[in-house]
Design a protein around this ligand. Structure first.
Ligand SMILES: Nc1ncnc2c1ncn2[C@@H]1O[C@H](COP(=O)(O)OP(=O)(O)O)[C@@H](O)[C@H]1O
Ligand SMILES: [Mg+2]
Length: 375
């Protein structure tokens, strides 16, 4: 089966690496300006240009039987254009709903899933009203741009808000501009994500929930299964994710990032793709999130997602590869073939063990070895 992946980053790389043993072949669509190093040698790369017609694109991609995507920030017209020629999963409308924070919130509301409160900021007065309603500080997020905590501003008070209006927001506001939203700073105790894969016939399988640690908006590590979730919480989260996938007629892996405080929870955001917080599944489950995403997209039987014991994932952020350190203690290294730049995700390490405490210990040890004790 020939599969085309939109995007050439590490997620495309790891999808291809999971699909090749099942007899899949790959081609990749590079968005303008995108580096293609992570998919070097894994299949043909086509560079998207604005004048490329869907027929020509379909031909150049090698007439794929399936198209999938590794990112949500993509021109949706491109996927819609390919849909008459081949099966696109997840379907373009599902990605369209998730790629804009306001549409995403509306989808969560339609599926009766709890989410972080927000106000849409179209015009200046919306910002002052949001400050009144939600209280300062506010977190201002761009509705479409940003990843790893980028395109977000923490506005401590009205003075900071005035600066933001003259800085990042300058020229972007107007009636129904739809470019920004404001959220309160959520008083969560921890962040947990849940990943589900839905097959072409509607069958859904979950991965264990992961507890995630971020630093300045960037994921540093995940631990699975998320320890000590209050009784009843996981079934609620699973039911919510199932409603979302069914509502979106979704095929493939969908990730749900959540904030948790006591037994309360709110969805922070959705990711219509394989997700960094599920990378531990690569070397700890019979079928990783990458493999299962492709099985779903192809319409093949889904694989086993069960985690025996516990797993951890440590992101490699802006550090050079060093196999002597990174492969010690039975660790698995996944390097993305990217140039190292400060804070850039260039790889990750997967750790496993029979019990959570042991794996957590290994994770802490490895983290201080790589980043120092105060990271
Ligand atoms: N409303 C909020 N309150 C507190 N922390 C937040 C809030 N929204 C986001 N964060 C923090 O910033 C991180 C990145 O924000 P997120 O909305 O997930 O954007 P991104 O698309 O960059 O992942 C989150 O994982 C969380 O740690
Ligand atoms: Mg996020």
């Amino acid at each position: 089966m020939q599969v085309a992946i939109v995007g050439c980053g590490q997620l495309a790389r790891m999808l291809a690496l999971a699909g090749l043993p099942m007899g899949m072949r790959f081609s990749f669509l590079a968005l303008p300006g995108e580096s293609t190093a992570p998919v070097d040698g894994l299949g043909r790369v086509v560079v998207a240009t604005p004048d490329l017609e869907p027929t020509a694109l379909y031909e150049q991609l090698g007439q794929p039987q399936r198209v999938t995507a590794e990112k949500e920030q993509l021109p949706i017209a491109l996927l819609r254009g390919l849909a008459p020629y081949t099966e696109v999963h997840p379907n373009p409308e599902a990605i369209y709903q998730c790629q804009h924070r306001l549409r995403e919130k509306a989808t969560l509301e339609a599926c009766q899933v709890p989410f972080t409160p927000y106000r849409a900021i179209h015009e200046e007065r919306d910002l002052w009203a949001a400050g009144e309603a939600l209280g300062w500080p506010l977190l201002l997020k761009h509705t479409q741009e940003g990843y790893d905590g980028k395109a977000q501003w923490r506005l401590t008070d009205e003075a900071a808000a005035r600066q933001w209006l003259q800085g990042p927001a300058a020229g972007t506001l107007g009636p129904a501009s739809g470019q920004w939203l404001a959220e309160p700073i959520m008083p969560f105790e921890r962040e947990v994500s849940l990943l589900a894969v839905r097959g072409r016939e509607g069958h859904i399988t979950f991965y264990d929930p992961a507890q995630n640690r971020h630093r300045q908006g960037i994921l540093v590590s995940s631990l699975a299964p998320a320890p000590d979730l209050p009784a009843g919480l996981l079934p609620q989260m699973q039911a919510a994710l199932q409603r979302l996938q069914t509502h979106l007629d979704y095929v493939g892996v969908l990730a749900m990032e959540c904030f948790i405080k006591g037994d309360q929870w709110w969805v922070n955001e959705l990711a219509p793709r394989v997700h960094n917080s599920g990378h531990w599944s690569q070397q700890t489950t019979a079928a990783s999130q990458f493999e299962n995403h492709l099985r779903a997209v192809a319409g093949w039987p889904l694989g086993d997602t069960e985690l025996q014991g516990a797993a951890a994932m440590l992101n490699l952020l802006g550090v050079p590869v060093d196999q002597h350190t990174m492969l010690a203690d039975g660790a698995s290294l996944n390097w993305y073939n990217k140039t190292v730049r400060p804070d850039r995700k260039v790889g990750h390490i997967v750790l496993r063990g029979p019990a959570l405490d042991e794996v957590r210990g290994k994770l802490n040890k490895l983290q201080s070895k790589i980043y120092g004790p105060d990271f």
